[in-house]
Design a protein around this ligand. Structure first.
Ligand code: ATP
Length: 335
């Protein structure tokens, strides 16, 4: 493989977990070239803007980026750099795996292995038409769902199922109450599902989904849903399997894809070598899958599991006494 990827080292614990992740990727001799680009607080300090044109150009050219968490300072133009990146590159699919790992403080030590596929560009989450009346008594928001937006995300979920050998897609909605928006999503999902007779499709109302996830998460394989429901459900799933330190995410569009850790910049532990690099490493594994290097992605995941099983050099959040880089080295040694 010869592939150049854009690497954004980020803010807070970002540079530490990125260095650790690149150490592991380097140990795999993947033939990856890194093009470093700035975004967030670092970019504001160096270039006077949060999302420099050079960074956008780099992502556009390479089509693949590995990104650490970013700080978006209040009052600097964007409400969130991550949301801005999704918009700029039309990254319509937010893909978040949640899998049980050994020796983690999780409710489900095994049995959870699911992926949430969240629509990333429309619905209530994007805050379209937000307004507060002059007297501050009434707030409104437009919630727009389109057939095109629904179709492409549901199709992504079914294609992902086929590609990864998964057997079931659960369409999560609230069409019984939100008859127009969630109704259109569900109707569109049914039409797409009919094209995939080899994949089981079931439908579940979002509130029941939350209860089912907490009680019997092993029944889920791939969940596909709209933006706001997906935002909530994917964090719930991260909580089922041990929290944010182990939760990766991908934002995927037709022309670009950005892979990341789901957690933030963790300013409380930044610069102390305490950050767990696993979420970003698992994001890198998703990137390898996306690049068609599925066997290498599996090897990386297996090395993470083996290191957790051996309790070798784990970071303090996992109850260990290791640090970010010693943990990464322990993982690299098992690949
Ligand atoms: P931000 O404002 O960037 O979202 P935050 O601190 O509000 O930052 P997170 O960064 O997600 O939110 O952190 C939430 C908690 O989880 C913090 O206590 C943080 O130290 C911890 N945490 C987050 N990521 C990691 C990690 N990779 N390793 C260890 N602890 C982490």
């Amino acid at each position: 493989m010869t592939q150049t990827i854009t690497v954004i080292r980020g803010d807070g614990i970002g540079p530490e977990i990125m260095d650790a992740t690149l150490h592991v990727l380097d140990s795999m001799n993947l033939g990856l070239q890194y093009e470093f680009a700035d975004a967030g607080l670092v970019a504001l300090e160096k270039h006077g803007e949060l999302l420099p044109q050079a960074t956008l150009d780099s992502i556009r050219k390479n089509r693949i980026a590995l990104k650490s968490p970013l700080t978006t300072p209040v009052g600097e133009g964007f409400s969130s750099i991550n949301v801005e990146l999704r918009k700029r590159f039309d990254l319509y699919a937010n893909v978040r795996p949640a899998k049980s790992f050994p020796n983690t403080k999780s409710r489900f030590a095994d049995g959870v292995d699911l992926i949430t596929v969240r629509e990333n560009t429309e619905g209530a989450y994007i805050g379209e038409g937000q307004a507060l009346s002059e007297d501050g008594e009434t707030a409104v928001l437009t919630q727009k769902v389109t057939r095109r937006g629904s179709e492409r995300i549901v199709r992504y979920a079914f294609e992902l199922a086929r590609r990864t050998g998964r057997k079931k897609v659960t369409v999560v909605h609230k069409a019984n109450i939100l008859k127009s928006t969630s109704g259109l999503f569900l109707k569109t999902a049914r039409a797409v599902a009919a094209e995939y007779p080899d994949i089981e499709c079931n439908e579940m109302i979002v509130d029941n989904t939350c209860m089912q996830l907490v009680m019997r998460p092993e029944q889920f394989d791939i969940i596909v849903t709209t933006n706001l429901f997906g935002d909530i459900i994917s964090d719930l799933c991260a909580g089922l399997v041990g929290g944010l330190g182990l939760a990766p995410g991908a934002n995927i569009g037709a022309d670009a894809a950005i892979f990341e850790a789901v957690h933030g910049t963790a300013p409380d532990i930044a610069g102390q070598g305490k950050a767990n690099p696993c979420a970003l490493l698992l994001g890198a594994a998703q990137m390898l899958d996306h690049l068609g290097e599925c066997e290498k992605a599996e090897r990386l995941r297996a090395a993470i599991v083996a290191t957790l099983e051996a309790k070798d050099s784990l970071t303090p959040d996992l109850g260990g006494t290791g640090n970010t880089m010693s943990f990464a080295k322990a993982i690299a040694s098992r690949i």
